[in-house]
Design a protein around this ligand. Structure first.
Ligand SMILES: Cc1cc2nc3c(=O)[nH]c(=O)nc-3n(C[C@H](O)[C@H](O)[C@H](O)COP(=O)(O)OP(=O)(O)OC[C@H]3O[C@@H](n4cnc5c(N)ncnc54)[C@H](O)[C@@H]3O)c2cc1C
Length: 231
């Protein structure tokens, strides 16, 4: 389905990450974690939805780069019209997956945030653990919201920060998020559904580490946020 929506508000998440919310036609349905095509006048980008289907709006969250699309996205304001197509994708949870390990790198949090917000709104009782890696402690999209969720649903969060800029809090683990660090925290991770999302290189590296660990994980879903070299 392809349609035109209007921007209802914009939110600066961090200095380099911005969200837009648009109205949602009554006949648009999606599952938490899916993505859409969002069109500017010069082309489109795939963007994961970063809100629950229970919200009245659709939300997309983008890391703003120097590209024409990013500039256009960054300048969107209330009442602007945008063309959207979708939904697409299978990076979603099944009803029988009750114990879940999310692994997110940087902007790869967007589809996972959609699932967690949905769990929070619907008071779900699944058991969630989130491993979330970012470069810097001052550039963590949805940090405050995730901390709120962890007191409202069964969600444990492990944050990994690559660059120790002197503001590392007790809550953070230092260094790049890798599979060995995850296994130390969660030795029985193979008993959980694993949902892994991040820039292409991060997803491929963690899959390789899982492979090298010799363990067999049957239930892994991945989403590659193509188009970024970093987080
Ligand atoms: C399923 C999916 C979900 C995504 N969800 C999000 C999201 O929620 N938030 C977000 O910020 N980004 C998301 N992305 C990435 C987004 O679609 C853009 O690729 C990214 O934002 C870079 O675009 P840009 O305009 O900022 O930079 P550009 O300068 O246009 O792109 C940087 C480089 O990446 C290449 N590139 C751009 N798009 C693609 C592509 N689709 N495949 C391969 N190479 C590409 C360009 O050719 C260029 O070399 C998602 C991508 C996919 C495939």
């Amino acid at each position: 389905m392809k349609w035109i929506s209007r921007v209802v508000c914009t939110i600066n998440r961090t200095s380099s990450v911005k969200s837009i919310r648009t109205d949602k036609p009554h006949d648009v349905y999606f599952k938490p974690g899916q993505f859409f095509k969002v069109f500017s006048s010069k082309g489109f980008r795939y963007l994961s939805v970063s809100c629950s289907p229970s919200q009245k709006y659709l939300e997309f969250t983008k890391r703003v780069t120097q590209s024409d699309f990013s500039m256009w996205f960054n300048e969107l304001k209330t009442e602007d019209e945008i063309v959207i197509e979708g939904p697409y994708g299978r990076f979603t949870l099944e009803n029988d997956e009750q114990k879940i390990a999310f692994i997110a790198g940087g902007i790869g949090i967007t589809p996972i945030f959609s699932m967690l917000e949905d769990a929070r709104i619907n008071g779900e009782r699944r058991d969630y653990i989130l491993f979330y890696g970012n470069k810097r402690s001052d550039d963590i999209p949805f940090y405050a919201e995730l901390c709120d969720f962890s007191s409202l649903i069964s969600l444990k969060i492990f944050l990994f920060i690559e660059e120790n800029d002197g503001t590392i809090k007790d809550l953070y683990h230092c260094g790049r998020l890798d599979f060995e660090k995850i296994r130390v925290v969660l030795p029985d991770i193979n008993k959980r559904a694993i949902l892994l999302c991040g820039p292409e290189k991060m997803v491929e590296t963690i899959l390789q580490e899982i492979n090298n660990s010799g363990a067999v994980y049957k239930n892994i879903k991945t989403e590659k946020i193509l188009g970024y070299t970093g987080g």
